[in-house]
Design a protein around this ligand. Structure first.
Ligand code: HEM
Length: 462
C-alpha cells in the first residue's frame, strides 16, 4: 500500500561549506542538512569558536542523553538566548539547581492530576469547536492559528485555573508570538558561536517581548503568591498551587517569586508551542490521507457517538494515538537537542573535546534510513507491527530521553488525543489545492507558509 509522504526541504546532495551551512540554517536549520545526514552515525561541523558534533547512532544517543547525562549538560548557549524570558527555569538549568527544580515540579505532573487536567482540556476544546463553528461553512483556515490558540488556552487554564480571556491574556499571547518568531534569529548564532551576528534590533525586540510577558505573568502570580504566604489562599488544584506548595527536600524552602515566574513562563512556552506544532501537522497529515481520516472517524464514532468525550475514552482511541505518534515521528516539535560536553570524550573514531556542542536530532533519528522502513511515509499502522519495536527503541525520541525527558509527555498525549478526536468527530479535513506547507526548523518545526486546510462540518457528529 502506498502512503502519503509529506514534503520537507530536499536535502543537498553533498555537504555545504560551514559558512553556507550557517547562512542556510539562519532561515531554517533543516536547510543545512544533506543526504548523508539521514544515514550517518555521527557528523561534525567546525567554525571559529565552535566544535559541533551531531550524534545519530542509537548507542551514543543513549550515552549522551541518558547513561552519562551528567557529562553532557544542557548547552549554555541555549540558555543565554532564552534567558530574558525563561530566567533560571528548569529548561536551561543544570546540575543541583536543575535537580531541585525537577523534584519540586514533578508533583504537578503526577498521573493523578491528568484526570483533573482532562476537565480543563475539554472545556478549552469545546471553546475551540465554538470558534470553528463560527467560521463560514467549508472555509479555508490556517490550522496553526487555531492549534496555537487552543493549546495556549489549555496550558493557561491548567496553570491559573482561569481561561485565557481578556486584554492581559491576549497581550501575553501576542508577546509570546513575537518572542517565538525572534527566537531562532538569536538561538542559531548563539549555537554557532557567532553571537555578534545577532542584529541588535532583534535582540532588543526579543528582550522587550520577554519583559512584557514576565510583567503580565507577575501580575497574575503576585496575588496568589502573597495569599499563599499569608495563609489566605483559596484551595485550587492547578499547577500554580502545586508550585506554591512545593518544598526543597533538603532546606524546606519554597520557590522564590522570581524563580516561580521563571518556571511559569517556561511552562507556558514549552506547554503550548510544542503541542500546537504537532497538532497542526497531524491535521495536515489527516487531510492528505483521507483513508486514515475515515478510519479515525469510524473509531471516534464507535467510541463516542454524538456525546462529549470522557477521560476513560482516551485510552480506547488507539488509531488516534497512532496518528499522533506517527506525526511526532515525522514532525518532532523539538527537532534537535543541544548539549555541551563537560569533558573530553571518545565517540566512535573521534575525540569530542570538552566544551564542544553535541547535538541529538529527533528529526534525523526518526527519519533515519537505517532504522525506519519507508522513513518519510505517513503510516500510523506501523506501530501495530512487531517489526517496528526495534525502530521505536532505537530511533524514536520526540519527548527526549533520560533524566531530562519531557515532564509534560503524558499531558501532551492526552491533550492531543482529545483535540484530534473532537476535531474529527465534527469536521472532515481536506487539503487546499496548490498549498503545500513548507516545514522550517525554528523554535519548533513549523510551516513557513502556514497550514491551510478546508474544514467541512459533518451533518451529524456520526
Ligand atoms: C507534543 C508536545 C511536546 C513535545 C514533543 C515535547 C518535547 C520535549 C522534549 C524533547 C524535551 C527535552 C528537551 C531536552 O532534553 O533538551 C522536553 C522537556 C520539557 N518539557 Fe516537553 N514536550 C511537549 C509538551 C510539553 C508540555 C505540554 C509540557 C508541560 C505541560 C512540557 C514540559 C516540559 C518540561 C518542563 C521540560 C523540561 C524537563 C527538564 O529539563 O527536566 N512539555 N519536552
Amino acid at each position: 500500500m502506498s502512503h502519503f509522504c509529506p514534503a520537507y526541504p530536499k536535502p543537498r546532495k553533498s555537504r555545504a561549506s560551514a559558512l553556507l551551512m550557517f547562512f542556510s540554517a539562519r532561515r531554517s536549520w533543516l536547510d543545512a542538512l544533506y543526504e548523508r545526514s539521514y544515514r550517518m552515525q555521527m557528523g561534525e561541523v567546525h567554525l571559529p569558536g565552535l566544535d559541533l558534533y551531531m550524534v545519530n547512532e542509537p548507542g551514543l544517543v543513549r550515552k549522551v542523553l541518558s547513561e552519562r547525562a551528567a557529562d553532557f549538560p544542557k548547552s549554555a548557549l541555549l540558555g543565554e538566548a532564552l534567558k530574558p524570558l525563561l530566567g533560571e527555569s528548569i529548561f536551561t538549568t543544570n546540575g543541583a539547581q536543575w535537580q531541585r527544580q525537577r523534584d519540586m515540579m514533578e508533583p504537578a505532573f503526577a498521573q493523578a492530576r491528568l484526570g483533573v487536567a482532562f476537565t480543563v482540556m475539554r472545556a478549552a476544546t469545546e471553546d475551540m469547536l465554538k470558534r470553528l463553528a463560527a467560521l463560514p461553512r467549508g472555509a479555508e483556515h490556517d490550522l496553526e492559528v487555531e492549534m496555537t490558540h487552543v493549546t495556549a488556552d489549555i496550558i493557561f487554564r491548567t496553570i491559573f485555573s482561569v481561561p485565557m480571556e481578556g486584554p492581559d491574556a491576549h497581550r501575553v499571547f501576542d508577546a509570546f508570538a513575537r518572542f517565538q518568531a525572534l527566537a531562532p534569529r538569536l538561538l542559531l548564532p548563539s549555537i554557532y558561536g557567532v553571537r555578534w551576528l545577532v542584529w541588535p534590533w532583534d535582540a532588543w525586540r526579543s528582550r522587550r517581548a520577554a519583559r512584557e510577558i514576565r510583567g503580565l505573568l507577575e501580575k497574575l502570580i503576585r496575588p496568589r503568591f502573597e495569599a499563599h504566604r499569608n495563609g489566605t489562599a483559596a484551595s485550587q488544584v492547578d499547577i500554580l498551587s502545586s508550585f506554591l506548595e512545593a518544598r526543597d527536600a533538603t532546606t524546606g524552602e519554597a520557590f522564590g517569586f522570581d524563580e516561580l515566574v521563571d518556571q511559569v513562563a517556561m511552562l507556558f512556552l514549552a506547554g503550548h508551542e510544542t503541542s500546537a506544532s504537532a497538532l497542526t501537522w497531524a491535521s495536515y497529515l489527516l487531510a492528505e490521507a483521507p483513508d486514515v481520516q475515515q478510519r479515525m472517524h469510524t473509531e471516534v464514532c464507535a467510541q463516542l457517538g454524538e456525546r462529549k468525550p470522557e477521560h476513560g475514552d482516551m485510552k480506547q482511541l488507539t488509531l488516534t494515538w497512532n496518528v499522533f505518534r506517527e506525526t511526532l515521528r515525522l514532525f518532532p516539535p523539538v527537532g534537535f537537542m543541544a548539549r555541551q560536553s563537560a569533558k573530553t570524550c571518545p565517540m566512535r573514531d573521534k575525540s569530542v573535546p570538552a566544551g564542544a556542542t553535541v547535538v541529538v536530532a529527533p528529526w534525523l533519528m526518526q527519519r533515519h534510513r537505517d532504522i525506519w522502513p519507508q522513513p518519510d511515509a505517513f503510516d500510523p499502522d506501523r506501530y501495530d507491527d512487531d517489526q517496528s519495536r526495534d525502530a521505536l527503541r532505537q530511533g524514536y525520541l520526540p519527548f527526549g530521553m533520560g533524566p531530562r525527558v519531557c515532564m509534560g509527555a503524558a499531558f501532551a498525549l492526552q491533550e492531543a488525543v482529545l483535540i484530534l478526536s473532537s476535531l474529527i468527530q465534527h469536521y472532515r479535513l481536506t487539503p487546499v489545492a496548490g498549498h503545500t506547507p513548507q516545514p522550517v526548523g525554528r523554535l519548533t518545526i513549523r510551516s513557513a507558509n502556514g497550514v491551510r486546510l478546508q474544514l467541512h462540518r459533518r451533518a451529524g457528529a456520526c
